[in-house]
Design a protein around this ligand. Structure first.
Ligand code: AHM
Ligand code: MG
Length: 297
């Protein structure tokens, strides 16, 4: 079996980047162990105005401490922090963008949640997603898995009892599939979104949506189809965040042969204006995203 360390070395990944990726992946252990004693909601809101779960703040603090102590990172932009965190090691080679615990409203019902991370070289966190050096997510489901891209395809690893991430799939390719999941309230969907979903349903597409972006995307990565969190009446930018969620997941989708779009433009080509910027998201099989983009408003 090939470990993530061996995979990274075989791929010629630079040593510091490999160390950073492995350090982040190792935090799945402490994060998983923290779930049991952090089940409630915290008394705080994040910058997007959402109530934070205790696990949101725990994971954010934990990952920030680990990254700051690594000497590898100069800046961290987190969904759970108002401001960009400046590490003492301002000479750190990389910057990290992260959603420390995505899908946290599902912790209470024990559904799969995850950690989403994007890594840039240099000290800026406001970059086009296509400039990422690496993107990954940890998925805390029946197994703990690491889905990773360093810009040469997407690999999937599973954490074993000895704390090793073992390679399960070397080069994931996202097929043209028929699963779809869409967030937002149906009566508030735009006309374009509603008619696109109706067209997919008429063709036999099957709805599967849990409310955890990372878990819902993972099945699209494997089976193909569409994940959407669209613009809606009164919410032209949708719900999800460009920097912490859309860019890393979009990078992984593209590396697997899929696409990410805001409905008209490739999200990986968009330069963020602010860290907590939101964006409508359509991510999935290339053909489906291209069809959507070709539709008129
Ligand atoms: P979170 O990062 O605070 O968990 O919020 C984002 C989550 C996504 O994981 C998920 O796709 C979406 O919000 C679900 O929203 P909704 O409950 O509106 O379907
Ligand atoms: Mg999230």
């Amino acid at each position: 079996m090939i470990t993530v360390q061996e995979y990274l070395s075989e791929k010629g990944c630079e040593e510091d980047l490999a160390r950073l990726i492995c350090l982040i992946a190792e935090q799945a252990g402490p994060i998983r162990r923290a779930f049991i004693s952090n089940q409630r909601y915290a008394a705080s809101l994040n910058t997007s105005g959402e109530v934070q779960a205790e696990m949101d703040t725990w994971s954010d603090r934990h990952l920030t401490q680990q990254l700051a102590a690594s000497g590898l990172v100069s800046r961290i932009a987190s969904e759970e922090q108002d401001e960009v965190f400046e590490c003492n090691a301002s000479f750190g080679k990389y910057s990290v963008v992260m959603d420390p615990l995505d899908g946290s409203s599902l912790i209470a019902v024990n559904l799969a949640v995850g950690t989403i991370v994007g890594i840039y070289e240099g000290c800026s966190v406001l970059r086009k997603g296509k400039e990422m050096k690496a993107a990954l997510y940890l998925l805390y489901g029946p197994m703990t898995t690491l889905t990773l891209s360093i810009g040469s395809g997407v690999a999937l690893f599973s954490l074993d009892d000895d704390g090793r991430y073992l390679l399960m799939e070397d080069t994931i390719r996202m097929p043209e599939g028929t699963i779809y999941g869409s967030g937002g309230e149906r009566p508030k969907w735009t006309k374009k979104h509603a008619s696109f979903i109706a067209a997919l349903e008429a063709e036999g597409a099957k709805s599967r949506y849990s409310g955890s972006f990372v878990a819902d995307f993972h099945q699209i990565l494997k089976y193909g189809g569409l994940y959407a969190y669209p613009a809606a009446l009164g919410k032209p930018d949708g719900k999800l965040r460009l920097v912490f969620e859309a860019q890393p997941i979009g990078f992984l989708a593209r590396e697997a042969g899929g696409r990410i779009s805001n409905g008209s433009t490739d999200i990986l080509e968009i330069m963020p204006e602010k860290v907590h910027q939101k964006t409508p998201i359509y991510v999935g099989s290339r053909g489906i995203i291209e069809r959507l983009e070709a539709l008129q408003e």
